[in-house]
Design a protein around this ligand. Sequence first.
Ligand code: ZN
Length: 301
Amino acid sequence: MRTANVQDRLVLVFDDGVVDVETAAEGRFSSDPQAVFDRWAEFRAWAESPAATGHERVPFDERDLGAPVPRPRQVFAVALNYSDHVEESGAATPARPAVFTKYPTSLTGPRDTVELPSALVDWEVELVVVIGAEARRVAAADAWRYVAGLTVGQDLSERRVQWEGPMPQFSLGKSFPGFSPTGPVMVTPDEFANPDDLALGCALDDATMQESRTSRMIFSVSEQIAWLSAVCPLLPGDLIFTGTPAGVGGAREPRRFLAPGEELHSWIEGIGELRNPLVAGPAHPHGPHGPGNPPGSPVHR
Ligand code: ZN
């Protein structure tokens, strides 16, 4: 099953169009794409019934797609979770998941334009997990049962805010408005032959920057859910950004960052693609489109 957010309304997505959930369910489920996760099991059962699957489908414009999960209560993210990215970052392989948050105000849709606050914004394509049931101290073997679905995400990162100062500021540097594009749809795990092995990648205009498979994660989706839920209850509609493979701009020689006028294209097999145009945004305290990090700064990861 595939769901999406079209003009802030929850829809079921089929090959030949979409079904508006509130309309087809005659008000039983809200039009709010976020509200559905609190009743996910009930919604899934309805969505597989003839009332949903047999309902008239209507065309939609991809430009009207919003973030499939627009207002999660918590957004977790895992750093250094692919060994080739650990290597390009010059870091030690983590023994436990390295966790930060992307504040929910950074979320945006799969076709939305993203404003760049500086000349040091980097890309990180990531599989994003959507939680479908409250998860507390879940065993890895049971973890997929708590997943509503998967979507494509970008963990955009302003590398100077991330690294400058006495200690790293991962959460802040990765949370400017628009720094968390997601979409285009959310796909339930049963739709994949193996949800732990999906091709993912991203390109700037036509130049491929990252290409890998989610099976190369150091900590699998299940292990991340077990690790996170041992501390924080995971709530329905929460997101987990599961880490990025090699190929980020800050680790390139020479370093390469996002520029106004480019389009960031991100994809995951079986889910779809993000296409986010980039424009210059308002300055932030480090200055507009600054000269770059001081030599020797660890601007990657
Ligand atoms: Zn990341």
